[in-house]
Write a protein that binds this ligand. Sequence first.
Ligand SMILES: [Zn+2]
Length: 75
Amino acid sequence: MKHEQTTLASCDGFGSISSCSCGLYHIRLPGISVHLREKGFDRLVQMIFQAKENQDSYRINDAKLKKSHLKIVTN
Ligand SMILES: [Zn+2]
């Protein structure tokens, strides 16, 4: 089977994501390389977006908590 890869994204010194003619997505990160089918790749992307979204909302809640704590202290 041929493995012709098309680079979809790359980040200097960090990694890259490419799609391969064999149907797999190749994700290269420092120390690891992951090969996923399209469905797995889509799930990973969704999972990362969800994680990022949750992380952002935790940060917002954290900031709110700190704010309210500050209010209590200053009152
Ligand atoms: Zn391949």
